[in-house]
Design a binder for this molecule. Structure first.
Ligand SMILES: Cc1cc2nc3c(=O)[nH]c(=O)nc-3n(C[C@H](O)[C@H](O)[C@H](O)COP(=O)(O)OP(=O)(O)OC[C@H]3O[C@@H](n4cnc5c(N)ncnc54)[C@H](O)[C@@H]3O)c2cc1C
Length: 478
């Protein structure tokens, strides 16, 4: 059996890692029968979880990447095998809600913002409490048809207008009413009425010491050296190097003959068209593109946005007030970014931590927004100055990049489109998983994607059902 994997990001590597593990264990007798080829368009592994070094020696992830090890023991063991030294960081993020207070600078409140109701301006706080009390006494019975209705049902109109609408527009670049209510799950914390009432009784001083409670997600991990990308470079090195064809960009798939056509760009001057056949094809590139490469579902209606990452390397000192924070959220429409990460607190990511520190801004835009990377970079620097996070004089390095695929947006019709796609793809032994391959935001972090790759291999080689990724074709799994 020949398994071709498109993409050497966490999902493709999860699949490769598991095949290698099985061929050296349970399926050792199949070593001669199973062949693997990983086609990756870049010269290295990592995908969106890569890390780059800028020309001044600062390291940059593609947005703030944190990882929780406890959710998937298989992932935890694999990444700990890949990287020995990890930093453990206490998550401390807040949200700037200056616009509620009619202030221009920064006004931080605890995150998630729904827990910050006690700190809102008096009238907003009063309205939030009336909304919440109503919902507590008469829980809405109608099933929400979209995310806006979900917020209305759980929190009411005041929190919807003061936080969820502006924040959704910044991160998702769509209105809450355009998103389905099903992805929310554990991603949006619900409010406990009793806890909120207790908080609202407290004064400002008492509130400063409240634990808003992240449970097991209060602590996250980050590689001590090399950024997030170090994990995935190392992970790839744990599997046979002759499985990988880097600089190999897939351009067409012929499902009838089971052939993949790709451009080998090893010699950039003279790219070569190559072909490989497969019995099973695992795809981790965006599923809407896969639909076109195969011709099997060329018109999938999938919505996504793009993300600009702007990294600023700075001379010390770092403003003291930022010391306890890992990152901050910005629903404020006056600045381009939705999140600012104090990246140099995560690991060794500057040329010299005795001299430098760094921040990273993420800004999302609709795919057809004409704003340029240069404009976003300039606006980000200005925004960081407005929010008193940096001064212009401290800047020693400016890095920026555009991720054409940033967030897979859970729109109302997403799941129906995915069922349509998987129905025809899986009939042709093509399996699409991962952040954009599977297109389910709620299961699109590094750990999810790695485990999706692993579980797909367990399904294909051991006949076990997949648990994490649901295609919607229940009877076909495992
Ligand atoms: C802004 C941002 C913030 C994030 N924050 C976090 C976080 O805090 N924690 C976390 O765990 N995760 C985070 N993630 C998600 C994380 O990046 C993904 O979970 C992970 O990288 C997805 O892995 P994947 O293998 O599914 O896809 P990808 O990483 O996208 O890998 C796909 C691979 O396919 C390759 N490829 C694409 N097209 C082709 C082609 N035609 N031919 C050959 N190869 C191709 C790509 O080069 C890439 O290497 C974040 C992502 C973004 C964008």
């Amino acid at each position: 059996m020949k398994i071709v994997i498109i993409g050497a990001g966490p999902c493709g590597l999860g699949a490769a890692f598991r095949i290698n593990e099985l061929l050296n264990g349970e399926l050792a007798d199949k070593k001669e029968e199973i062949m693997v080829k990983v086609l990756e368009q870049e010269p290295f592994a990592g995908g969106l979880s890569r890390t780059v070094v800028d020309d001044k020696g600062f390291l940059w992830d593609m947005g703030g990447h944190i990882t929780f090890h406890h959710n998937f023991p298989y992932y935890q063991n694999a990444v700990k095998m890949a990287i020995e030294e990890w930093n453990e960081l206490k998550r401390n993020c807040q949200v700037d809600m200056n616009y509620l207070f009619n202030e221009e600078g920064i006004h931080l409140v605890p995150y998630p913002a729904q827990y910050a109701v006690p700190l809102f301006p008096p009238q907003v706080k009063k309205d939030c409490l009336i909304d919440l009390k109503e919902r507590h006494e008469n829980p809405p019975t109608d099933i929400p048809r979209n995310f806006e209705e979900w917020v209305q049902n759980n929190f009411g109109p005041t929190i919807l207008e003061s936080f969820f609408k502006p924040y959704t527009r910044k991160v998702w670049t769509v209105e809450p009413a355009e998103m389905n209510p099903g992805w929310v799950g554990s991603r949006v914390a619900k409010l406990d009425q009793q806890k909120l009432e207790e908080l609202c009784e407290m004064d400002q001083e008492q509130l400063k010491h409240v634990d808003f409670g992240w449970g097991p997600n209060a602590v996250f991990t980050f590689p001590k050296y090399g950024g997030t990308g170090a994990v995935w470079k190392s992970m790839a090195s744990k599997t046979p190097s002759d499985w990988y064809s880097f600089n190999s960009s897939v351009v067409k798939i012929n499902p009838q003959d089971k052939k993949v056509v790709y451009m080998d760009k090893t010699n950039a001057e003279e790219p070569k068209e190559c072909e490989t056949d497969y019995d099973v094809l695992i795809n981790t590139t965006p599923i809407n593109l896969l639909g076109k490469y195969t011709g099997l579902c060329p018109d999938l209606d999938m919505t996504y946005n793009k993300v600009f990452v702007v990294g600023i390397g700075l001379k010390l000192p770092k403003p003291e007030w930022t010391d306890s924070f890992t990152w901050l959220y910005f629903p404020d429409s006056a600045v381009p970014f939705y999140r600012v990460t104090f990246f140099s607190t995560y690991g060794e990511v500057t040329p010299d931590s005795n001299q430098y520190w760094s921040v990273m801004c993420e800004s999302a835009r609709k795919v057809d927004d004409p704003v340029t990377q240069e404009e976003i970079t300039e606006q980000s620097i200005q925004g960081l100055i407005t929010k008193s996070i940096i001064t212009k004089e401290q800047i020693v390095s400016v890095y920026s990049t555009t991720l054409p695929y940033g967030y897979p947006i859970p729109t109302i019709n997403r799941d129906a489109e995915l069922v349509k796609a998987h129905t025809v793809l899986e009939k042709n032994q093509i399996y699409s998983r991962g952040r954009f391959g599977g297109w389910k935001y709620e299961a699109s972090n590094q750990d999810h994607c790695f485990v999706q790759g692993k579980e797909l291999i367990d399904r294909l080689l051991l006949g076990q059902p997949e648990c994490l990724y649901k295609t919607g074709l229940i009877d076909k799994q495992g």
